[in-house]
Design a protein around this ligand. Structure first.
Ligand SMILES: NC(=O)c1ccc[n+]([C@@H]2O[C@H](COP(=O)([O-])OP(=O)(O)OC[C@H]3O[C@@H](n4cnc5c(N)ncnc54)[C@H](OP(=O)(O)O)[C@@H]3O)[C@@H](O)[C@H]2O)c1
Length: 264
């Protein structure tokens, strides 16, 4: 199974990589990987922080949050930023970075515990439980001037509720589709074009793997925020390779409390 992992090099026949280095790369769901240099993304270069963070807030989740928000969302101070999967690894980082950039942040998450955590731990200005009744009304109340940036990690019913609330010249960051667990048959839903047209809005997809050239610079920024206590994260560590399949399925059940990491 394809997967990013952090590991220690135990043997190397490549001049750029040496035994003992801790690296992030495409090593898959396995205890020992034999790979070429192309599989390595970077050395894990923050020795004062846990190497596991290179899989979460200092890895794919944090880098996605930072680059997708800044490159596609183009936040400005005073913008209202709505984030789906706000209690998760990407969403919680997006909210905190948005706050640092002067946005008013509204998180959407499933259940009262995650909603409470969004406000109390991750510092969202407001949070909405999409599993409770009245999502449309709650959004209008939380975003009286409309939504300038929608950071969409879910698609599905949550997005169907947010898109009619876009403000003029809104930006929709199309980052994930966590609400859709299969694409065959292809799901259908409300048409979005009219909202984009009337609001002169832009919806753009983002894939972090297009931006490896900005990886190290982004990790350095995120790590500094973590050290300064400006960027909080949750990590849920599970033990053993046999945990992998259900750990992945559990993300779709919304069971995870933060970034799920498997320790081998
Ligand atoms: N484009 C990229 O480059 C990129 C990179 C990394 C991640 N992503 C995407 O970013 C999103 C978040 O990733 P993550 O790693 O931080 O995961 P996460 O938010 O920690 O976990 C996924 C969350 O999705 C929510 N969810 C599940 N089913 C849902 C539904 N039907 N409706 C609404 N929410 C639902 C659950 O939260 P609740 O309990 O709140 O429902 C669950 O905890 C994912 O869609 C992922 O694919 C994209």
């Amino acid at each position: 199974m394809r997967s990013l992992a952090v590991g220690e090099i135990t043997e190397s026949r490549h001049p750029d990589w040496r035994e003992g280095q801790i690296v992030l790369g495409w090593f898959g769901w396995q205890e020992i990987a034999t790979v070429g240099p192309d599989a390595i993304v970077c050395e894990v270069s923050q020795p004062d922080l846990s190497p596991s963070l290179a899989l979460g807030v200092l890895g794919i989740n944090g880098v996605t949050a930072l680059l997708a928000l800044t490159m596609v969302g183009e936040p400005k101070a005073g913008d209202t930023l709505v984030v789906s999967t706000a209690g998760g690894a990407v969403g919680s980082a997006v909210g905190q970075i948005g706050s640092m950039l002067g946005c008013r942040t509204v998180g959407i998450a499933g259940g009262p515990t995650k909603v409470h955590r969004c406000v109390e731990y991750f510092g969202f200005d407001a949070a909405i439980d999409y599993k409770a009744e009245g999502l449309d009304e709650a959004l209008v109340k939380a975003c009286p001037d409309g939504v300038d940036i929608y950071f969409d990690n879910t698609s599905g019913a949550v997005s169907d509720a947010v898109l009619p609330q876009l403000a003029m010249h809104a930006r929709v960051v199309n980052c994930g589709t966590a609400a859709i667990d299969r694409w065959d048959p292809w799901p259908s839903g409300p048409r979005v074009e009219r909202h984009l047209l009337v609001k002169r809005a832009r919806m753009q997809g983002f894939v972090v793997f297009d931006h490896f050239d900005r990886w190290e610079e982004s990790v350095a920024t995120l790590a500094q925020w973590v050290r300064e206590g400006k960027l909080r994260y949750s990590e849920e560590m599970l033990d053993g390779l046999e945990m992998c399949p259900d750990a992945l399925a559990g993300l779709y059940r919304g069971e995870n409390a933060g970034k799920r990491v498997i320790r081998l």
